[in-house]
Write a protein that binds this ligand. Structure first.
Ligand SMILES: CC(C)(COP(=O)(O)OP(=O)(O)OC[C@H]1O[C@@H](n2cnc3c(N)ncnc32)[C@H](O)[C@@H]1OP(=O)(O)O)[C@@H](O)C(=O)NCCC(=O)NCCS
Length: 157
């Protein structure tokens, strides 16, 4: 089978139950505060959650989890991850573009997130994307690491 040298562009879609084993593997890459299989399954049918995956021709490469709340226009990017073999190819940014589109489509005008203060790749991704730092939360994570909070205005232009 042949394809272009650059391969087929990755595509984004909503997660489904068959993705759960791979989503669990992606969650296991986090140093702590991981979503359990049960929580992931719950979010598949949670009306306030939007779970999306990015996949290549060969594999599911990453995912995002966006949470919304009734009566709030602030959405929360709860999780985003790209499998190590696929990092550095723009998929994190593509997932983020999609997260913003999903939040906008649900009437949100703000995206919030927390990130470990030692997570340089993610912090750089968010800063380059235009997120603004808002505050530091000491000992936010289970292992005692601090979190940095960021926000992005996403009002329709
Ligand atoms: C953060 C993460 C999602 C980025 O995914 P990715 O597909 O590698 O990111 P992209 O290729 O789209 O890169 C986009 C930007 O992210 C930043 N970035 C990505 N990898 C980086 C690295 N190793 N070091 C520093 N910055 C990095 C850069 O700003 C990059 O832009 P540039 O290439 O123009 O410099 C990925 O590293 C990951 O899954 N990490 C583990 C899970 C995690 O920590 N998630 C965030 C939780 S808050």
């Amino acid at each position: 089978m042949s394809s272009s040298p650059a391969g087929i562009a990755p595509t984004l879609r909503t997660a489904r139950a068959a993705d759960l084993p791979i989503l669990q593997v992606l969650e296991s890459l986090f140093p702590g505060d991981r979503l359990s299989a049960r929580q992931l399954r719950h979010h598949l049918s949670n009306p306030h959650a939007v779970m999306r995956v990015i996949e290549t021709e060969y594999a599911l490469a990453g995912y995002s989890l966006l949470l919304t709340r009734s009566g709030s226009q602030a959405a929360r990017l709860y999780s985003i991850a790209v499998a190590p073999a696929f990092r550095g190819q723009g998929m994190g940014r593509q997932l983020l573009d999609d997260v913003v589109a999903q939040a906008r489509a649900r009437g949100c005008n703000e995206l919030r997130l927390e990130v470990r203060q030692d997570n340089e790749p993610a912090i750089r991704l968010y800063r380059e994307y235009g997120f603004q730092f808002t505050e530091q939360r000491p000992r936010y994570y289970q292992d005692g690491a601090d979190a940095l909070r960021f926000r992005l205005e996403i009002s329709a232009s």
